[in-house]
Design a binder for this molecule. Structure first.
Ligand SMILES: *Cc1c(COP(=O)(O)O)cnc(C)c1O
Length: 373
């Protein structure tokens, strides 16, 4: 059923941000005050608030989540010729940011319950293709260094961080969290984002908290935070009075204008999460016992924000039929991501053999998940 506003029936969107009058007033105040650029004090206040929410001592707000990923990977030292292990099922930005560093994504399989990087498959794969090299672990098939593991908390559901961290420790690989979709999710009671060495959030228009466009790097490692901030602010030296730069940096700061919206929005995060979890509960009740369907669910001992709800059908034809039926009723469900290793720019990248990501992608659809539904 389409939602009706006044007399005009409107399609049910996949995910809509909630902009309230207080948010608008906060942005207007920011514009009136003149502090609209990335050096605005309000951007530092947004960082402090994000640090509190995510248990991160160092937060650098950025112009996008993708920019934040780029900085996080540069900070931990990903460079030309490296490989980074990423899930085959993710938004393209996860793999794109690896390529921005001159490195190659190396695709790994995901597990079916929460759609996150599968630790068992990762362990098997590294046992098969990993080899100790002079500068760390090397992929014996390509000869390239494996520089990091970059799991992604799919649709807000925390990945199996302990198991993945244990594999990272075994091979001395840094763990980078793509928590773009998971602001406020917790793993064993701890907020995701900076449980690994470094991580990122996104505040794109479709995320739970939006700044229009934006992102953040989060870490509890001061040196990594400093490096990310330096590279994201054109690598300008702050220890001389001159305009001097000591590297080719990036102009990735978040304007104060955007931070003002984020700061106003993030105050409502606990309430938004509760409403999204309530919606997930209603989907669970609605599909309970319906043959040929299952919902993607948080792993035990994790608390997901259920950014997007995902329905799994028995096969690709059933998923296509469900999408067509929903679209006919103006309900904007959509297929989950096409596995990254099937996209033209990543077809030649290294990957695990026989991944179930392909079957999961063909059978899964995202259901409308706005907090107001
Ligand atoms: C949204 C998102 C990002 C970052 O996207 P931006 O639009 O650049 O903020 C990165 N990874 C994943 C998995 C995402 O969903």
């Amino acid at each position: 059923m389409a939602r009706v506003i006044g007399t005009v029936p409107r399609p049910v969107a996949l995910h809509e941000p909630e902009i309230r009058n207080g948010d608008i007033a906060a942005v207007a105040d920011c514009v009136r005050g003149g502090w609209v650029s990335p050096v605005a004090p309000i951007a530092r206040r947004f960082e402090a608030e994000l640090g509190r929410i995510s248990n991160s001592e160092h937060v650098i707000v950025c112009s996008s989540g993708t920019a934040a990923l780029h900085l996080a990977l540069l900070a931990i030292g990903v460079g030309p010729g490296d490989e980074v292990l990423v899930p085959a099922l993710s938004f393209a930005a996860t793999a794109n940011a690896v390529v921005y560093c001159g490195a190659q994504p190396h695709f790994c399989d995901v597990e079916p319950q929460a759609l996150g990087l599968d630790p068992a498959a990762l362990a098997r794969h590294l046992a098969a293709c990993g080899q100790a090299g002079p500068n760390g672990l090397v992929n014996r098939n390509t000869g390239r260094r494996i520089a990091a593991v970059l799991p992604m908390h799919a649709f807000g559901h925390p990945v199996a961080l302990d198991e993945i961290a244990a594999i990272c420790a075994q091979y001395d690989l840094p763990l980078v969290e793509d928590a773009a979709e998971a602001l406020g999710s917790t793993y064993h009671g701890r907020p995701v984002g900076s449980i690994g060495r470094i991580g990122i959030f996104s505040f794109n228009g479709n995320k739970i908290v939006t700044t229009g466009g934006g992102g953040a790097v989060v870490t509890n490692d001061a040196a990594l935070g400093e490096k990310a901030r330096h590279l994201g602010t054109t690598a300008r030296r702050r220890d001389t009075g001159r305009i001097e730069h000591d590297a080719v940096g990036f102009n990735y700061g978040m304007p104060g204008l955007n931070a003002a919206l984020g700061l106003a929005q993030v105050e409502r995060l606990p309430e938004l999460i509760q409403r999204k979890r309530d919606l997930a509960g209603r989907y669970r009740a609605a599909f309970a016992g319906m043959a040929g369907t299952s919902l993607v669910e948080e792993l035990p001992d994790t608390r997901s924000i259920y950014w997007l709800n995902t329905l799994m059908l028995d096969n690709a034809a059933a998923a296509d039929a469900a999408l067509a039926a929903l679209h006919e009723r103006q309900i904007m469900a959509r297929p989950i991501w096409t596995p990254l290793h099937l996209l033209p720019m990543f077809r030649d990248s290294p990957r695990m053999p026989d991944m179930q990501a392909e079957r999961l992608a063909a059978c899964g659809i995202n259901l409308p998940s706005s907090a107001h539904l």
